[in-house]
Design a protein around this ligand. Sequence first.
Ligand code: B12
Ligand code: SF4
Ligand code: SF4
Length: 388
Amino acid sequence: MTAIRFDPERHRGLDPQAVADSLRHWARELGFQQLGITDTELGDHEQYLQQWLAAGYHGEMDYMARHGSKRSRPAELQPGTLRVISVRMDYLPPEVESVRMLAHPERAYVARYALGRDYHKLIRKRLAQLAGKLETEIGPFGYRAFVDSAPVMERALAQKAGLGWFGRNAMILNPRAGSLFFLGELYTDLPLPLDPPFEGAHCGSCRRCQRWCPTGAIVDDAVVDARRCISYLTIEKHGPIPEEFRRAMGNRVFGCDDCQLVCPFTRFTRASREADFAPRHELDRARLVDLFNWSEAEFLANTAGSPLRRLGYERWLRNLAVGLGNAPFSSEIVSALRTRRAWPDDVVREHVHWALSEQYRRRDEAHDPPAAPLVEAGYREVIAKSSA
Ligand code: B12
Ligand code: SF4
Ligand code: SF4
């Protein structure tokens, strides 16, 4: 970290507009699709964050409630901060099928941001390179780079810096690029000129994300109850996944993209040319059972440097067990699950038992002929009358 240490003497004669233009140009060269500059005043967002926390929507993510007002007041997190340089980087690799994979319940769906190498390192490095170029030009200045994990309100800053609007799915959407991009920031003490915030929202009367969210996690416009979100359930949550969500998870074993895939603006997504984001180990199409059969050593080797690594082997098995429970009946799946029926970890064991019972239920249903539609209709009527 370079401490924020703006020195008006040293920077006498600095042309802030020329610096901003250069930053935009270098950002492009470094693989960012857009750069915007904003100040540290987050207005209503501090209150939105407090309301979200008060409602308990952060679930077990205690880190969201820590740090007091540092998250919503950049200059408290990094004293001396005057401006925030917000950048975005597209991540969808070319020729990766997404919606079609959701329709293959025997295959694993891994959120498209997590198919390749971990983005944190890559983006932080590029942000440091961006700052480095400027340092060469104007001499030392104060900055600190952030991506995702620090107490920073990345989306609010991006909206203020003009990168996009808050969609109803809470994502920052750009009218020409959709939302499949990462955000990152440089906090700095340089008095750079401000970009206008992104005005208005282009969602109009659309509510597709809210309607299609498998678990009903989008509880209000731009508000996600993380406790219901598959991304939280599969990546953040420890312990058992509440049973009420397991069927709705389908084959999503790490993260979820549904509220973006159904969004009309996603058709403007541009493929990323970053080699780091290319799928490894065919994670864009792998069979659930093949992933479940990885030994711990294989898991560790195959996920080195990937966002999947932080799950740990037990949660990896837990998530895959849910996917396998939701897959069509197959004796191969049942055999794979049975090998882990006595797994030492309680959570894995319980999920494996759940998955087996789902598999057996599906096998038994396949043998029962479906109810004739008329009988079914009559049955519903009788039930309705008797309970009236
Ligand atoms: C915690 C977290 C999560 C949690 C909680 C999600 C959430 N919505 O808060 C979980 C684990 C569920 C999650 C999931 C995902 N995440 Co996430 N997550 C974060 C993290 C670390 C903090 C987000 C946060 O501050 N939440 C608190 C709430 C209060 O903030 P908010 O969601 O931004 O909500 C704002 C709106 O509700 C708005 N608001 C409220 N009312 C109103 C009213 C009006 C009128 C307006 C305009 C706005 C508004 O104000 C709130 C505060 O600004 C950020 C990184 C960071 N440090 O910022 C990444 C981040 C937001 N995640 C990201 C991604 C990619 C995802 C997933 C797509 C991953 C996946 N494929 O599985 C999903 C998407 C789920 C979704 N629809 O939000 C990206 C988003 C990029 C983008 N284009 O927007 C970020 C920025 C990481 C990054 N550096 O790229 N995530
Ligand atoms: S990521 Fe999935 S579960 Fe979470 S809000 Fe979006 S659609 Fe719903
Ligand atoms: S699906 Fe519709 S409502 Fe949801 S974010 Fe996209 S445009 Fe907005």
